[in-house]
Ligand binder design. Sequence first.
Ligand code: ZN
Length: 208
Amino acid sequence: MDIARIFENNETWVQQKIHVEPDYFSDLSKGQTPDILYIGCSDSRVSAEELMGVSPGEVFVLRNIANMVPNTDLSVMSVVNYAVLHLKVKHIVVCGHYYCGGVQAAMQSEDLGILNPWLRNIRDVYRMHREELNAIQDEEQRYKRLVELNVEEQCINVLKTAEVQQARRDRDITIHGWVFDVHSGKLIDLQIDFIKVLENIKEIYRLD
Ligand SMILES: [Zn+2]
């Protein structure tokens, strides 16, 4: 990728947008009212807007290694806070993806320095679901299942926050767990039963 090309691409894009809608950028500058907060992986193959077919202004995006929602991470917690309290998003999506390098690294015992504390969050997911995961003989299938279970646990981390619990009491807000299959390009809804999940965790995490 030639960096100079990026600016040429940008110029072409600006011209295309203005050609179709002359006020496109002046309208964008007026503010944002996205309905969706998307939390995805930083992986270069997993874009946010492109795979959902949405335009600038429609989705508030956070990406980090392995789409994690650690409740002590200031960046993640600030994004959730701003999206829920100020942008008043109606949907929060945690989108993982198969063939995730972060999840794969967490399945190995190699010392990865500064990445260790981050990956430990994924190792915790493995520990919580060790029985189910260890019962899967095929390594690729086990790795894929950990990607799905990690999405589910990160959705639970979203539900643990006071902002989301308050918003769920006051208005309509839905949490979604998705996986992007890099091999087919398909987006898969994991259809996580959050009513059931909430029943299981509310005794411990409920914040009034
Ligand atoms: Zn990834």
